[in-house]
Design a binder for this molecule. Structure first.
Ligand code: ADP
Length: 180
């Protein structure tokens, strides 16, 4: 695996990766939370106009727009699931996996993710972190020749950051153990 994975505490709108991922809704409308922050930083009118041409999308799907005033050249919008039960894991996994596929097909080599679905959409953070990290490893296992070189997680609060960091460390240890 040639990709570098980084788990960071911070605001995704400041990221200088080529693409940032928006935890969007299926109508691709500017809401609150990370979605609102991304629309504000990108420039609401231009981003909303482009989103209106691509909406609606299905839960777990991902579409690409320009990044406008963001440092990131592109925004990848994916609609995570509104949490009801553990069976939503497949949709959350699809959001991460399809965002990476969308990045790949647009020749994007670096990408930042927020913690999709764990805010307003109510997905339990510990469960979401396992799905998120597993989806990234699943993707690079499926596409060992991927041109994506860097994947970052931007977590917005200490608690979410510490959960993702320990899940990432646990996963790395598990992989190393399996290699021995
Ligand atoms: P969802 O509707 O998918 O649950 P939210 O935006 O409500 O999306 O929350 C997803 C996560 O994004 C939450 O952990 C929230 O704290 C976080 N978040 C909010 N603003 C930002 C930001 N500017 N950068 C990174 N993460 C953010």
């Amino acid at each position: 695996m040639n990709v570098q994975i980084k788990v960071l505490l911070g605001d995704i709108t400041t990221s200088d990766t080529e693409a940032i991922v928006n935890a969007a809704n299926t109508n691709l409308l500017a809401g609150s939370g990370v979605c609102g922050a991304i629309f504000k930083a990108a420039g609401y009118e231009e981003l909303q106009a482009e989103c209106n041409k691509l909406s609606p999308i299905k839960t777990g799907d991902a579409v690409v727009t320009n990044g406008y005033n963001l440092k990131a050249k592109y925004v990848i919008h994916t609609a995570g699931p509104i949490y009801k039960s553990q069976t939503d894991a497949i949709y959350l996994r699809n959001s991460y996996y399809n965002s990476l596929l969308a990045a790949e097909s647009n020749y994007i080599t670096s990408i930042s993710f927020p913690s999709i679905s764990t805010g307003i959409y109510g997905y339990p953070i510990a469960d979401a972190s396992i799905v998120a990290i597993n989806a990234i490893f699943e993707y690079f296992n499926d596409y060992p020749e991927s041109k994506i070189k860097e994947v970052r997680f931007y977590l917005f609060d200490d608690y979410t950051f510490s959960i993702y960091q320990s899940e990432y460390e646990r996963k790395m240890k598990e992989l190393l153990k399996n290699e021995q």
